[in-house]
Design a protein around this ligand. Structure first.
Ligand SMILES: [Zn+2]
Length: 279
């Protein structure tokens, strides 16, 4: 999952004036395409390419007919065409989530349509006070709630993170494998570069040559970090994994069964490139 920005700006005109939200029949092909494009053609929950491993669907973040966790609730029918309630979603995540929408405390659940349509927005005060446990890709910052282990398994940093993983089954084998493949490639590359730095250090020691190791590390790791930085932008598949690898290198290398010097060199390289990016 990644944070989706600026989706509000894309809201289709046909949804801006909505006289009959409970019987809305306006999720036509045009609306669907704008939604899928707002999510860069990826599932808003698992980041799989829509239509590739499973069909494109629309998930209603707040379910429209029933709520699994509350048998008395008739669903949030008035949000059937609410733009902020529509999540581009793969069939697999949609099947897993279905009508699930747990909140922290059932006493905060909203049963009736709010009088002010502005409150139908998922970011509204009334809806935020429901304290949903499922992360919303347009509201929440997934990095605050989720971490990726070296083996590609997603883990919750918060209760909401854990609940989101469970509701959507985000540790399905193909997803874990994809995350592992990306992380493994990045780490293997970093380790090989660090070994080259060590080799160069020993060579220069034997030859009694003076050299600037910081400069050498900078040039040696350049292509790796350029690649990560490039992947951290735009429509990259499994963008969250790349962003995680860039922002949480300490977590990644903490799990490395390597000697301390390799880890020290990788840490130094990250620090050099992070300071370059921040300046
Ligand atoms: Zn999905």
């Amino acid at each position: 999952m990644i944070k989706i920005k600026n989706k509000d700006k894309n809201k289709p005109k046909v949804l801006k004036t909505n006289p009959n939200p409970e019987n809305c029949n306006r999720l036509n092909k045009y609306v669907r395409e704008i939604l899928f494009n707002s999510y860069s053609g990826k599932c808003g929950y698992c980041e799989s390419i829509l239509g590739l491993s499973s069909p494109k669907t629309i998930d209603h973040y707040r379910p429209k007919k029933k709520v699994k966790e509350n048998s008395k609730h008739k669903g949030y029918s008035w949000l059937v065409c609410e733009w902020s309630n529509l999540i581009a979603c793969c069939q697999l995540c949609n099947n897993k989530k279905h009508i699930s929408f747990p909140i922290t405390d059932e006493k905060d659940r909203i049963y009736k349509k709010q009088a002010d349509p502005k409150e139908w927005n998922a970011k509204s005060k009334s809806f935020l006070s429901e304290n949903p446990l499922l992360l919303h890709p347009e509201i929440d910052n997934p990095e605050d709630h989720l971490i990726i282990l070296r083996n590609g398994v997603l883990e919750g940093k918060s209760d909401r993170g854990k609940q989101t993983i469970n509701i959507l089954d985000l540790n399905r084998d193909p997803l874990v494998l994809e995350r592992f493949k990306i992380l493994n490639k990045i780490i293997t590359d970093l380790k090989n570069k660090a070994k080259d730095v060590l080799f160069q250090r020993q060579k220069n020691l034997i030859e009694a040559k003076e050299y600037n190791e910081g400069k050498y590390i900078k040039s040696k790791f350049k292509s790796t970090f350029q690649r990560i930085a490039f992947k951290c932008k735009g429509k990259t598949r499994y963008l969250f994994v790349w962003q995680f690898a860039w922002n949480n290198y300490d977590i990644l290398i903490r799990e490395l069964p390597e000697d301390e010097e390799i880890i020290r060199i990788i840490t130094k390289a990250y620090k050099i490139y992070k300071s370059l990016k921040n300046n």
